[in-house]
Design a protein around this ligand. Structure first.
Ligand SMILES: Cc1cc2nc3c(=O)[nH]c(=O)nc-3n(C[C@H](O)[C@H](O)[C@H](O)COP(=O)(O)O)c2cc1C
Length: 209
């Protein structure tokens, strides 16, 4: 087997910590494939939520960091935030397609405390901080100009001072209870490994592709 095909296997024995394995794949994407002009950010993933009728919706988010869970930031009035307020479990799907890789994570979602959201907000570029003040995310608007005018007004309001985090913006953590790794292989028998969180730790099993 050519060495690059060998690289594409999930290691044997299976890694015990799926979050560490996630980080390994993300870093491999960062090192090799993130240079392509159309490459997505290594932390971008599709987030699926469901409303109180169980009606699903999905959209991309940037996962800002990974600790014991996957942390993303958004507007608390957005559809995805309204969904998790009534139905606090969600799914994330990362796709590093040039590598033929997919990682899925499912589990409960909780809102970060104010201090953690403040800390992350302070690291954002000023333009994104001002946008967080200017956009009622997911509200219907007549024209982009509405947001542009509000952006200019917020820029003037905060001129010469730090931009504080607006109360309507903050972070969420999806703490995975189940994760799955999928790897396309040249021999066409894909590698597929599922992890389930148990009281004693993660349980890993191979799954038929
Ligand atoms: C690559 C990519 C990354 C995105 N990252 C975020 C994000 O981190 N937070 C966010 O609120 N929206 C992000 N968006 C926009 C969302 O996909 C979505 O349009 C928006 O959050 C409104 O979604 P909702 O009405 O379903 O809540 C991103 C879009 C793309 C294409």
């Amino acid at each position: 087997m050519p060495p690059n095909e060998e690289m594409k296997r999930m290691p044997t024995p299976l890694p015990t910590d799926p979050l560490r394995q996630f980080t390994r794949w993300r870093d491999e994407w960062l090192a090799a494939d993130a240079q392509a002009p159309d490459a997505q950010a290594p932390g971008s993933a599709v987030l699926a939520t469901a409303d109180h009728h169980g009606r699903p919706s999905a959209r991309w988010v940037d996962v800002a960091y990974v600790d014991h869970g996957f942390v993303y930031f958004t507007n608390h009035a957005s559809r995805k935030a309204a969904d998790v307020a009534v139905n606090p479990t969600a799914a994330l799907c990362f796709g590093w397609l040039a590598k033929g890789r997919q990682v899925r994570a499912e589990g409960p979602v909780s809102r970060l405390d104010e201090v953690e959201s403040d800390t992350y907000f302070a690291t954002l570029p000023r333009s994104l901080q001002l946008l967080a003040w200017s956009s009622d995310q997911s509200a219907e608007i007549d024209d982009r100009q509405v947001v542009r005018e509000r952006f200019d007004a917020e820029r003037a309001r905060f001129s010469g001072q730090e931009v504080p985090r607006p109360a309507h913006w903050g972070g969420y953590r999806l703490t995975p209870e189940e994760m799955e790794f999928w790897q396309r292989r040249a021999d066409e028998i894909q590698d597929r490994v599922r992890y389930r969180r148990r009281e004693e730790g993660w349980q890993a099993v191979r799954v038929a592709p």
